[in-house]
Design a protein around this ligand. Structure first.
Ligand code: OGA
Ligand code: NI
Length: 342
């Protein structure tokens, strides 16, 4: 009798692993090849600067600067923000320690629920992606309930303090937004339910990459909230889209980068458009960034200010985040899905 034919066993799909484990390969696996054009121009010195101390003291020029930066760029640097440099460094160092911990000391890798309050994973949403990002992340909901991974032990205290400082910065920015939209000083904060702001600490690890031109740290997207505050470990990689071109942006010493999110666009009824941005990777250095996403209350249904008919359908912020996190990152596709066509 002829021997039974050995059928090839079905091969399981490759397990998704942390990119940290791929950093020593000599080329990237094919399912990491985005092959997007990653070239970008340098901004010169034109990135807007907003002086937070002037904004806090009600200086009219500072409100104008903020209005212009939000209208024309959706992106700016803040200076005199009151966040100590050692705190920024401490947060970035503790973040690095987190990523360097052995896997068994970290929270569960890739929990299925995209709104788990402490979520450690890779890429953005591997359930939906075919091409992955050269990025590991830790996302922690730090307000209104504070969460934190247990290790490294130093992280908790640092993140408590840093998140408080970022809420204070956001408060000042929203007072400026109130003024520039012609509202009373505290009106924006009240309308957005900022007493229970949903604040998410997002730590990104972009290891050195053997083929940086082919890979992508984070593809083009806009953020869901109001203002995202970004710090990084001295290694650049953030690019913003402006006039159809990509521009490299790097945090200047003592400054913090700020970008506008979809809910600022909804609230301002399109006056302040959320900025599309992405993160590219590099062949030499590991980059660490921490994006603090400051949003309205999870229960808030943000309404457009002003007399013009609203440009977006009402949606609870919590539901909006769920939609964004359950999909692939794709430019402003989520915001567009809520836009009211006339
Ligand atoms: C983000 C983000 C960019 C960066 O976390 O939403 O856009 O430079 N990060 O890490
Ligand atoms: Ni972002």
């Amino acid at each position: 009798m002829a021997p039974p034919i050995a059928l090839p066993l079905p091969r399981p799909p490759p397990a998704i692993t942390s990119v940290r484990k791929l950093a020593n390969l000599s080329s990237i696996p094919s399912n990491y090849a985005h092959n997007a054009e990653t070239e970008a121009s340098e901004p010169g010195d034109s990135i807007p600067v907003v002086d937070l101390s002037l904004l806090a003291s009600g200086h009219a020029g500072a409100v104008e600067d903020l209005d212009k930066a939000c209208r024309e760029w959706g992106f700016f640097m803040i200076v005199n923000h009151g966040i100590p440099g050692e705190l920024v460094k401490g947060v970035l160092d503790a973040t690095r320690e987190f990523f360097e911990l052995p896997e068994e000391e970290k929270p569960e890798f890739q929990p299925k629920d995209v709104l788990t309050p402490v979520r450690y994973g890779t890429s953005f949403n591997t359930e939906k992606e075919e091409v992955f990002c050269w990025r590991d992340f830790l996302k922690v909901f730090v307000h209104p309930e504070f969460n934190c991974p247990e290790r490294p032990e130093s992280l908790r205290k640092l993140v408590i303090e840093y998140s408080e400082r970022c809420r204070e910065v956001t408060r000042r920015l929203l007072i400026g937004v109130s003024k520039s939209l012609g509202l009373e000083e505290g009106e924006a904060e009240a309308a957005l339910g900022m007493a229970s702001t949903l604040q998410i600490f997002i730590a990104n690890l972009y290891p050195r990459c053997p083929e940086p031109e082919a890979a992508m740290g984070m593809p083009p997207h806009s953020d869901h909230g109001l203002f995202t505050l970004l710090i990084e470990n001295g290694v650049g990689g953030l690019q913003i889209q402006r006039g159809g071109r990509w521009i490299n942006v790097k945090a200047q010493p003592n400054s913090i980068l700020v970008n506008t999110g979809d809910h600022l666009e909804i609230f301002s009824n399109g006056k302040y458009k959320s900025v599309v941005h992405r993160a590219v990777v590099n062949g030499e250095k590991t980059r660490i960034s921490v994006a603090m996403a400051n949003g309205p209350s999870r229960d808030a249904v943000v309404e457009a200010q002003g007399c013009a008919p609203p440009a977006y359908a009402p949606v609870k912020y919590g539901d909006y985040i769920l939609a964004q996190q359950s999909n692939q990152l794709n430019g402003k596709s989520i915001l567009k899905s809520f836009s009211i066509e006339d």
